[in-house]
Write a protein that binds this ligand. Structure first.
Ligand SMILES: C[S@@+](CC[C@H](N)C(=O)[O-])C[C@H]1O[C@@H](n2cnc3c(N)ncnc32)[C@H](O)[C@@H]1O
Length: 238
């Protein structure tokens, strides 16, 4: 059964361009880079690397990345743009690496796309060195819970309020925008938090980042309903 990523690859690559979409450019990448630069990471695994933007950013910042993703056209595009780093086609739920390999494991907007998130988190922690960091960027659970109703508009078509329902029910949604049509997953925040806590991790950073640019309307829009959550979890020594 397809998740839409193969079919959406060309549209995704076009939408990301060189610097990512608006959310990545003005919210995610600056917040992630700040975290990444605050430690002396030498090696990193980018889980669900897509067309490789984060791997290229990691490499620019002196960190040796490996990118993994199950969507072949995205991996091939990443390899074409960057032949000095390794990109491997595989699933997060079954990583082809030995235990305790990486200083940093990064999942940038991939947990929402991963069907068996508990196995993926277990694998990400397995390949992380003790005292290494797992950095997660994901859509907020409020955001994914709103995929059914979402922004309600007033009579002038201005966003009035953001409607969510059935928050505690895990479910998959088909999302469609700018030629991309993919399946992603809503899970309450507590489901992810429980899985991190069950895997020998300690929370070191938690943020609902707001844009550092992109115009006042964009900033106000995100302040009304945050799109992203960013966390840094450290793997305990035992
Ligand atoms: C929203 S994109 C994020 C891409 C990139 N990390 C970024 O932030 O621009 C989600 C990615 O997750 C990948 N993906 C889907 N299922 C996956 C799985 N089971 N394991 C790892 N990655 C998966 C998709 O192929 C896609 O590249």
């Amino acid at each position: 059964m397809t998740n839409g990523w193969e079919e959406s690859s060309n549209a995704w690559i076009a939408d990301m361009g060189e610097n990512g979409d608006k959310g990545r450019q003005f919210i995610l990448d600056p917040a992630l880079l700040k975290l990444i630069k605050s430690e002396d990471y030498k090696s990193a695994l980018d889980v669900g690397c897509g067309e490789g933007r984060m791997c290229r950013l990691l490499a620019k910042n002196g960190i040796k990345p490996i990118g993994i993703d199950p969507t072949l056209p995205l991996i091939e595009h990443a390899r074409n743009l960057d032949n000095s780093n390794e990109y491997i086609k595989c699933f997060a739920e079954n990583l082809p690496f030995e235990d305790n390999k990486f200083d940093l494991v990064l999942s940038c907007m991939s947990l929402i796309d991963i069907p068996v998130y508990k196995s993926a988190i277990k694998e990400m922690v397995r390949v992380l060195k003790p005292n290494g960091d797992l950095i997660i960027a994901n859509l907020t659970a409020m955001n994914t819970a709103g995929s059914e109703f979402g922004w309600q508009k007033d009579e002038c078509s201005k966003p009035k309020y953001y409607a969510i329902d059935n928050y505690m029910y895990e479910k998959s949604n088909w999302e469609e925008w700018r030629g991309i049509k993919i399946k992603n997953y809503h899970r309450p925040l507590s489901f992810y938090m429980k899985s991190f806590l069950d895997n020998n991790l300690s929370l070191k950073h938690f943020e609902e980042p707001i844009p550092i640019g992109g115009g006042d309307d964009f900033i106000n829009h995100i302040k009304r309903m945050p799109w992203y959550v960013i966390m840094k979890w450290r793997k305990n020594e035992i």
